[in-house]
Design a protein around this ligand. Structure first.
Ligand code: PLP
Length: 434
């Protein structure tokens, strides 16, 4: 048995069966530099999924490595939040300033799940309510509470929500009752539905709405323009809080705006973040209005949240994003990639949709005969891209969407190379399907 086959066998013996591995022959990544990684067999890849949007600047970035090494050289890897941590204060100052939330305060944790769990706790406490609103098709994490606001049962893994959760329309234009509707008519229908849910399904005293500005696991589906702003004004009437889950969409990845929710013209009461901020080092957090953050007296410490090594990595990463204006680069490269895919899409009946914003874009695969979602075609496209040296991700309500989120440092040449591979892979998959 090859060493690789043996590793896979050992993985299957001791890791949970539900842990999803990409590819029929899962790969082990052993090296990385810039936008490229190498597997244990010596194959090189351009990485358009970056460890699920975590390596926002790509791999082995000197500025991040050196900041981490400086911290390690002090001998202090961890102190807990029971002491003053300079890196935490510096990062919180930056995040609070960038958030646009008035009088903002920041609390650091270790993951997106924990960030959302914290935000839900803050909202439930502030409003003395366990009632929450979320969007259908949403994904907010793996814990009991965040699974409770995850809209798709397949990702929730529970046939019910442990919270008093109500799921709203917002990113489900594909449903037959919305067919042919303009964005304006869909927004009106959704707002009508929200008012109906508030009046008839809840006690009115709902804690919060939690929503992703672009649904990540949901297949990079975006609520139409105007919807989240319309929701916000209805929620404001009742004092219901608005939580934007920026775990995938933060830090300028969507190009135009620094936060995904900025694309919807909404200033939320809280935002949660994780993934890319540490450029691979573990970090998560909540930025919230000071009165909401201070309102909860019992939260105390997070043992590992805000640890000095993650803070060093995150401060260096965020400084890099701002100093190099990577938001502008995300807009530029995203424009090339989304534009290129859209112009090619007409040639491929397997492509149901190309969507996205900045460096967060997706291709939806459909059966060319029926137009129905096709998970096997999405899997085939992933394999075809891997064979041609490009790593991409999968997602979507039916598992029929391939998702791309390259490093925000992507160069013109890398964007052109990735686009070429995606088109060649579509050609291969389309050729077999039609
Ligand atoms: N929120 C969103 C939008 C996510 O995409 C994810 C993970 O994919 C999470 C929360 C959970 O984050 P984590 O896996 O770091 O717990």
């Amino acid at each position: 048995m090859s060493e690789h086959a043996n590793l896979l066998k050992r993985h299957r013996a001791v890791m949970p069966s539900w842990m999803a591995l990409n590819y029929s022959e899962p790969i082990e990544i052993v090296g990385g530099k810039g936008s490229r990684v190498t597997d244990a067999e010596g194959n090189g890849y351009l990485d358009f999924f970056t460890g699920i949007l975590t390596n926002m600047l790509g791999y082995d970035v000197p500025e991040v490595r050196e900041a981490v090494e400086r911290q390690l050289a002090t001998g202090v890897v961890h102190t807990s939040t029971a002491y003053l941590v300079r890196g935490q204060i510096e990062l919180a100052e930056k995040v609070a300033r960038l958030s646009g939330i008035p009088d903002a305060k920041v609390f650091f944790v270790n993951s997106g799940t924990e960030a959302n769990e914290t935000a839900l706790l803050l909202a439930a406490y502030a409003r003395r309510s366990d009632q929450v609103l979320a969007l259908r098709q949403s994904y907010h994490g793996r814990s009991f509470g965040t699974a409770g606001v995850t809209g798709n049962r397949a990702w929730r893994n529970l046939p019910y929500s442990p919270l008093n959760a109500h799921f709203l329309h917002g990113a489900d234009r594909h449903l037959p009752q919305f067919a042919g509707m303009s964005d304006e008519a869909y927004v009106d229908a959704c707002v009508h539905d929200l008012r109906h849910v508030l009046a008839t399904a809840t006690g009115g005293d709902v804690a919060a709405l939690i929503t992703e500005p672009i649904q990540g696991v949901g297949g990079f589906t975006m609520p139409p323009e105007g919807l989240l702003a319309a929701y916000k004004s209805v929620l404001d009437e009742a004092g219901i809080l608005f939580i934007s889950d920026e775990v995938q969409t933060g830090w300028g990845r969507t190009g135009e705006n620094f936060w995904g929710i900025g694309n919807h013209g909404v200033t939320p009461d809280m935002m949660t973040f994780a993934k890319g901020l540490g450029n691979g080092f573990t970090i998560g957090g909540v930025v919230a209005r000071g009165d909401l953050m201070d309102g909860l007296h019992a939260l105390g410490i997070s043992t590992f949240g805000g640890n000095p090594v993650s803070m060093a990595a995150a401060n260096a990463t965020l400084d890099y994003v701002l100093d190099h204006d990577l938001r502008a680069n995300a807009a530029k490269q995203g424009g090339t990639l989304i534009g290129g895919l859209r112009s090619a899409a007409g040639r491929f009946p397997v492509v149901g949709d190309v969507r996205g914003k900045g460096l967060m874009f997706a291709i939806e695969l459909v059966d060319p005969g029926t137009g129905e979602p096709s998970p096997p075609l999405a899997a085939a496209l992933m394999e075809a891209a891997r064979e041609r040296g490009l790593l991409i991700g999968k997602g979507g309500l039916y598992g029929n969407v391939v998702r791309m989120a390259p490093p925000m440092t992507l160069t013109d040449a890398e964007a052109a190379e990735g686009l070429g591979v995606l088109i060649a892979s579509l050609e291969a998959v389309n050729g077999e399907a039609v």
